[in-house]
Design a protein around this ligand. Structure first.
Ligand SMILES: [Zn+2]
Ligand SMILES: [Zn+2]
Length: 334
């Protein structure tokens, strides 16, 4: 009976398959389907590689193994690993920290395929001793995630939330390079979402509103400030309008409040009419989206650029997501 070596009915997600019998006879039939490669290994070392087709194993098409077994025609020991050259899809998700150590969760999808089966077998299958498809898939996902984590942590929270397209493009280039080292081609990457904690979302809000990341970072927590500002009408006027201008009067980087003083009457001590040029694109009365930084129509409920919901107090001021009180007027938010 002729020995037949064939990967029968590969599963949708199976990237490799090991032929279970390690004793190979000369004259055996090796069937390699389209988008497959058969790799002959022994003691963790790759010898011969055969592409798609129906092969009768001879001393001709396995010259390196034949040489290894000393030109003997008796059965020899080898591991045959089939590699699928098809494209695979993987999902990823994880947590990392931005440059300012803001916690960030991210998730999305990526597509990859084997580009160099010999390098792939050397680095992943042989190198990590992973001979099961599910273990290989797990390893690739962890490798992708590790790279994503590392590359994202080089960015600031504003970049991640305001310039995600730019970040995605740059991170993809780095991940493609990482994958190439494993003999894999990273075909595409999609970041479907990034998220952070309530506290950091509120900080982000203030960074976007004031254009001054440094000042916001110096605050204990933006949430505390927002709560402090919102304790009561009086507190909002007394504390809020004093704290905010301090925040906004960083000498190094002049910025201006998102909202002109709206309290009526005499502005409290410390309040300065915003007049500095060079602040974020915010003409008088112009509102900006706290999520993408683009100007939005007055009173807009959703940003026409990024689609994010714009949260407002009953008096129409833009407020951070999840805020209990308006930091500008102190009104309670339902
Ligand atoms: Zn927006
Ligand atoms: Zn308000």
């Amino acid at each position: 009976m002729v020995q037949v070596i064939e990967w029968v009915n590969p599963g949708e997600d199976e990237i490799i398959w090991r032929y279970p019998n390690e004793v190979i006879k000369w004259g055996a039939q090796l069937i390699v389907h389209e988008y497959e490669v058969a790799v002959f290994m022994r003691d963790g070392k790759i010898y011969d590689v055969l592409g798609p087709g129906r092969h009768t194993l001879t001393t001709q098409n396995l010259p390196l193994l034949y040489k290894l077994v000393g030109g003997s025609n008796s059965p020899f020991k080898a591991t045959v690993i089939f590699v699928s050259m098809k494209q695979f899809q993987g999902r990823y998700g994880g947590e990392t920290q931005t440059r300012e150590l803001a916690p960030v969760k991210y998730y999305g999808v990526y597509w990859f395929k084997v580009a160099d089966p010999v390098l792939f077998i050397t680095e992943v299958v042989g190198g990590q001793s992973l001979y099961e498809a599910s273990d290989v898939t797990k390893f690739i996902r962890a490798y992708f995630n590790e790279g994503m984590m590392k590359h994202l942590s080089a960015y600031s929270i504003v970049d991640l939330f305001q310039n995600l397209d730019m970040v995605s493009t740059q991170v993809k280039v780095k991940l493609i390079e990482d994958f190439r080292r494993l003999g894999l081609e990273l075909v595409d990457v999609k970041i479907e979402g990034v998220n952070t904690t309530d506290e950091w979302r509120q900080r982000l809000f203030w960074i976007m509103q004031t254009g001054n990341a440094q000042a916001v970072m110096q605050m204990d927590t933006a949430k505390q400030v927002a709560a402090e500002l919102g304790k009561s009408e009086g507190a909002a006027m007394g504390t809020g309008m004093v704290i905010m201008p301090q925040l906004l009067q960083q000498p190094a980087q002049p910025a201006q409040p998102a909202q002109p003083y709206a309290g009526g009457g005499v502005p409290p001590a410390g309040y300065q009419q915003p007049a500095q040029p060079g602040a974020p694109a915010q003409a008088a009365g112009q509102e900006i989206c706290p999520y993408c930084g683009k100007p939005i129509p007055p009173g807009a409920r959703f940003c026409p650029y990024c689609g994010h919901q714009i949260h407002r107090c009953p008096n129409g001021h833009i407020v951070p997501e999840g805020a209990k009180f308006c930091p500008v007027c102190g009104a309670k938010i339902e």
